[in-house]
Design a protein around this ligand. Sequence first.
Ligand SMILES: Nc1nc2c(c(=O)[nH]1)N[C@H]1C(S)=C(S)[C@@H](COP(=O)(O)O)O[C@H]1N2
Ligand SMILES: [Mo]
Length: 348
Amino acid sequence: MKRRQALKRLLQASGGMVATLLPGRTTDQQVHHLFAAHPFDQPLPEHRVTPVGEFYVQSYASPPAVTIDQWHLQLTGLVNQPLTLTYTDILAAPQSNFYLTMECIGNPTGGRLIGNALWTGTPLLPFLKQAGVQDAAVEFMLHAADAYETTLPVTDLMQPDIQLVHRMNGEPLTKSHGFPLRIIIPGRYGQKQPKWLMEIEAIANPKQGYWERQGWSNTATIATHAITQKVQGKKVWHKNHQIDLPRTGERGWQQGVTLAGVALDQDQPIQWIKVSTDQGQTWKRAEINQPSSPHEWTLWRYLWQPIQPGRYQLLAQARSQTETQKIVDPNTKDGRAGILKIEVNLQA
Ligand SMILES: Nc1nc2c(c(=O)[nH]1)N[C@H]1C(S)=C(S)[C@@H](COP(=O)(O)O)O[C@H]1N2
Ligand SMILES: [Mo]
């Protein structure tokens, strides 16, 4: 390992020219692998933003047509002073841009119901303070123009990082993503974040929302999990996942195979991603980037250098400060966070 590191430095310094001068016992195979230890000609990006056109849409009904003129947001129920906010009121309040990854609680392991965007909005908290939430209120019910509803405890919604959002990747929200306004509740699955938000009602008794009544988690907090998928625009060999093998099949692996993906946690930074290519017997650390906050997905990648053909099972596991991703996660109604198992059969 020491020799490998020394060679690595030498190779870096010389641009690879020392390869022919390697000491006697180094085989061709080793030389190949030493070269392949620097496969990534570009650093991991700081952000990977999902274009709006590729961002998943999850709506329980068809999107309601809402016009700016008729739209308003009402703060009602157990408040001292009910408020009606117009689109102009929202734009007149202090604005900020932030990256946040949205995922559906029903996203199957390795599924595509996840995306990262740059959102623009203003905090909800000053408006709630202006309305004056009464002590008798225990929850807020969030009502949307499509009659979608969901609830959150009063203290959970009265947080400074909860945002009323009107732009996605720099453009006004599209109709299917909630025009003109949606709420963002960091750390929760999408279900807690109504699009086409029209009313925030302070209520005296706990209630359940549309999906929660059907058995989906009522807290809907995001579990620590790593997902294998496309990160740097490389060819996708496996249907849904980013594994850089040629499309023609499981050949070409002798050049090294890039495993890459994203990872997400409720509210803690991802500490590591480990990858296993031998059914979980051994694990290697993947390279990770530094996202802008724990609410933006962490990007990871790992160069796998198989030395012989055969069947392999590829796993990626994430760890945050509070939670290590479970190998198996049988509960499907609180967010599927078990480890994705990808089988590959490398041809001789
Ligand atoms: N009004 C309304 N808001 C909603 C929904 C909905 O059906 N109606 N679906 C929720 C669910 S289940 C998810 S995962 C996210 C998806 O947001 P997106 O369609 O912008 O990706 O919106 C949430 N907000
Ligand atoms: Mo969802």
